[in-house]
Design a protein around this ligand. Structure first.
Ligand SMILES: Cc1cc2nc3c(=O)[nH]c(=O)nc-3n(C[C@H](O)[C@H](O)[C@H](O)COP(=O)(O)OP(=O)(O)OC[C@H]3O[C@@H](n4cnc5c(N)ncnc54)[C@H](O)[C@@H]3O)c2cc1C
Length: 319
């Protein structure tokens, strides 16, 4: 592995100026769907779709950076309380130049929310995710955005290595970011650790596999949580790659100029924070003195809320 010489300090992280909230929920813009295809294998119990919108002629054309989100307004639908449906956010999964190279075609990765209501036992379908997933090419959809300023690559992108952790649709921003990096000759290290329940849920697998074959500085690791257990009986969640793939990840994570991005299910932070601390990567965390002597094994949700925060070297987008 080619590795940049070890840095003594973290370079300043300069964030780019990005467009935000050009279209707000009160003035969304209508754009056509151009593609809506399954992103998971058709035998998967989870339904995740890759949906592409044409932003041509709107202020969103060419103005959405990978890592940002767009909002979707499920027009004509009402919330449980009878009020008009509110906007939901979806991370953009296309590169900054769009799917077409000119910033017109912008994609997102949408998981159909299908649950059983614990009280009534009735099947519950998430409002917006199912509305979006049902759209066909040619249908119009009202969108807002762009949204988000900080979950993007720094302007001084070449000053860093990147370690991306994702669960489920949390992969979306990294499809774009990894294209932005590797297709523009980025030569530092990039690692992607993607977690999903079954192999049928590996999103954009062929794309990432091909990228890892083509670029020796890109390391693609998958954590399939429900098909095996680790020797100690734990499920192989993403954070355990810091131990199980130490050979690959340690030389990158220990560099002072490495940034960690975390995207996906709320709840993935605690496990990841614990392992980062146990493996000696405290630089990515701000831990209050109050729990400095508490073993990370014993950290709980209350600690996470009040006493542990990511440092400037770790960017979080969980939902
Ligand atoms: C920054 C950001 C980025 C995001 N990116 C993505 C992305 O890339 N892809 C993606 O798929 N999602 C993403 N999300 C999540 C997305 O915004 C929505 O929250 C998600 O799609 C669910 O919305 P929904 O309208 O389908 O579900 P809702 O109808 O809003 O329901 C949400 C939850 O409410 C509960 N609930 C509501 N009504 C009932 C009921 N009658 N009975 C039982 N339970 C009920 C359920 O627990 C359900 O899961 C992102 C969120 C954020 C904040």
């Amino acid at each position: 592995m080619s590795m940049q010489s070890e840095m003594q300090s973290t370079p300043e992280i300069r964030y780019p100026e990005v467009a935000v909230n050009t279209y707000k929920p009160k003035n969304p813009v209508s754009v056509p769907v151009v593609e809506n295809r399954l992103a998971t294998l058709d035998v998967s119990p989870n339904i995740i779709r890759h949906i592409t919108l044409d932003m041509s002629g709107t202020e969103l054309e060419g103005n959405i950076r990978s890592g940002q989100s767009i909002g979707c307004v499920p027009e004509g639908f009402t919330e449980r309380d009878g009020k008009p449906a509110k906007v939901r956010l979806y991370s953009v999964c296309s590169p900054t130049r769009g799917e077409d190279g000119d910033g017109r075609l912008v994609s997102t990765t949408v998981k159909r929310v299908i649950e059983e209501d614990p009280e009534t036992q009735n099947l519950f379908l998430g409002l917006c995710s199912n509305y979006l997933s049902n759209l066909r090419p040619g249908d119009m959809v009202k969108v807002t955005g762009p949204s988000g300023k900080r979950f993007v690559l720094p302007e001084n992108v070449d000053d860093f290595n990147y370690v991306f952790f994702a669960t489920g649709t949390g992969i979306a921003p990294y499809r774009g970011m990894i294209s932005d990096l590797l297709e523009n000759g980025f030569s530092n290290q990039v690692a992607l650790i993607f977690g999903c329940p079954y192999r049928t849920d590996l999103l954009y697998y062929t794309f990432f596999r091909e990228m890892s074959v083509k670029h020796e500085n890109f390391h693609y690791l998958t954590s399939i949580s429900r098909e095996s257990v680790r020797p100690d009986g734990t499920k192989p969640y993403v954070q355990y790659q810091l131990i199980d793939a130490r050979e690959v990840l340690q030389p990158i994570v220990k560099q002072k100029n490495t940034l960690i991005y975390v995207c996906g299910l709320k709840g993935m932070e605690l496990g990841l924070f614990r392992i980062l601390a146990q493996e000696g990567y405290e630089d990515y965390l701000r831990i209050d003195d109050e729990i400095k002597d508490k073993s990370p094994d014993l950290w709980d949700r209350e600690d996470l809320k009040k006493r542990i925060r990511p440092s400037e070297r770790m960017l979080l987008e969980v939902y």
